[in-house]
Design a protein around this ligand. Structure first.
Ligand code: ARG
Length: 471
């Protein structure tokens, strides 16, 4: 077969086929429109494979040199946008291999020795995803740092903490933001964990059973940086598993879904806080849009969209799980369908994290509105109960006493702290003048000095810890 004949996919396979594919089937089965995105990983994998073939004396030094030269030119062509992707050649792998053969002749045809597109594509996706996971890890650190900065500036700002979206107890706004830092820190841990299982080498599995060529899989793994923390090569240990499972992609999408769910919860709060009924924050204009009919509107589009895009990523997780569930061993073409959801998950997550790094830094905190809201809803009722406990009452009795006090305050339309001392003493004789400190928002916060509590001093300790951790 001449180099030029590789322009047709059917000729890249074998002479077995006696009729061409219809245009529809070609379009249906081709993946090059989207998997060309894997080109860099494909070339990297091929270079590592070729170097090993030469070291194992399976191909000659001249062949290796020709392959390197050809792949370097292909890289330049793709980078310059000059590479001609052909639907006829189905996918990124056949496109690059065909061009290589066109450029360097027989050496290009020897590259595929001991390799199949099945272990090749599994390797490409793993290499590509590994690098994306690393960049997502960087973005997660950046977002945490941005949140820590805003938390630091607002450690003393008080807003109502809610349970059931009913005013519960006052909390520090910094503390509230640090809750998200914890979530994103766990997301980063999950990503790092997924990376360990993604960064393993399928090459050598060939189509499904391994190969009769004496491949040095450890060398290839080392060349591709598929090594553990001790520098030991990480290799898929069963050829059937290596080419067929996409659990690493599913795990990644699960971790991405959780991360998006965290972003979505935060988004929901931003949307609520920005509404006129709360008025706790403002978002910079560049993250909002107006209305074509209502001139007064400023809508928090970015958090709303992030909340919406969470559905799309969770959908990809469902798609990938369903893609996998009925497949017999080993490789099946179904797996070609792993790419679009995976790519879209990466794009959506990265864009969302990037935007949120900026958006967080641009939040305007409306301190007075937050504190005013914290003064409504008897947020310090628990503090009064704790106060009575410290005076010797059993907690359940104290709870009951405070319920009566709150009922009276509601009747008079005032806060607990606005009831005269004599009235408060009417509920329990042990109440003295020092109760007003306890009933103040700042007093309530400062009382919560337990590790992980909302006292500003504790919040500052956590900020310090996060800063050390994030470097
Ligand atoms: N484009 C294919 C995929 O993404 C590559 C592997 C094709 N292997 C095969 N035996 N047809 O899965």
């Amino acid at each position: 077969m001449s180099a030029n004949q590789l322009d047709k996919k059917s000729e890249a396979w074998s002479a077995l086929f006696s009729e061409p594919m219809s245009e529809l089937v070609k379009r249906y089965t081709a993946s090059v429109d989207f998997d060309q995105r894997l080109w860099r990983a494909d070339i990297e994998g091929s270079l590592a494979h070729a170097a090993m073939l030469e070291a194992q004396q399976i191909i000659s030094a001249d062949d290796l040199a020709a392959i390197r030269r050809g792949l370097a030119q292909i890289r330049d062509e793709i980078e310059a946008g000059r590479f001609e992707w052909k639907l006829d050649l189905e996918d990124v792998h056949l496109n690059i291999e065909a061009r290589l053969t066109q450029l360097v002749g027989d050496a290009g045809k020897r590259l595929h020795t001991g390799r199949s597109r099945n272990d090749q594509v599994a390797t490409d996706v793993r290499l590509w995803l590994r690098d994306e996971i690393r960049s997502i890890g960087g973005l997660l650190s950046e977002l945490q740092r941005a949140l820590v900065e805003v938390a630091d500036a607002n450690a003393d700002v008080i807003l109502p903490g809610f349970t059931h979206l009913q005013v519960a107890q006052p909390v520090s706004f910094g503390h509230h933001l640090l809750a998200y830092v914890e979530m994103f820190a766990r997301d980063a841990e999950r990503m790092a964990d997924v990376e360990r299982r993604t960064n393993r080498l399928p090459l050598g599995a060939a189509a499904l059973a391994g190969t009769s060529f004496p491949l040095d899989r450890e060398q290839v793994a080392r060349t591709l940086g598929m090594v553990d923390a001790n520098g030991e090569p990480c290799i898929c240990q069963n050829s059937l598993d290596a080419v067929s499972d996409r659990d690493f992609a599913i795990e990644f999408t699960a971790a991405a879904s959780l991360c998006m769910v965290h972003v979505s919860r935060f988004s929901e709060e931003l949307v609520l806080w920005m509404s006129q009924n709360f008025g706790f924050i403002d978002l910079a204009d560049r993250f909002c849009t107006g209305s074509s009919i209502m001139p007064q509107k400023k809508n928090p589009d970015v958090p709303e969209l992030a909340r919406g895009k969470t559905g799309r990523v969770v959908g990809h997780l469902m798609g990938l799980l369903t893609l996998m569930k009925g497949q017999p061993l080993a490789y099946n073409k179904d797996n070609q369908e792993d790419k679009e959801p995976l790519f879209d998950t990466v794009d959506t997550l990265k864009d969302t994290l990037r935007i949120f790094c900026e958006l967080v830094a641009g939040i305007t905190v409306k301190r007075e509105a937050m504190e005013r809201a914290a003064l409504r809803g008897y947020a310090t009722a628990t503090d009064l109960a704790d106060y009575l406990v410290k005076k010797g009452l059993p907690f359940r009795d104290a709870h009951e006493v405070v319920a009566h006090a709150v009922k009276a305050a509601i009747g008079q339309g005032v806060d607990l702290s606005e009831l005269p001392l004599a009235t408060l003493q009417g509920f329990h004789a042990s109440i003295t003048d020092d109760v007003f400190e306890v009933l103040s928002l700042a007093g309530s916060l400062n009382a919560r000095q337990v590790l992980g509590g909302t006292a500003p001093a504790q919040v500052r300790r956590q900020i310090e810890r996060h800063r050390q951790r994030l470097g």
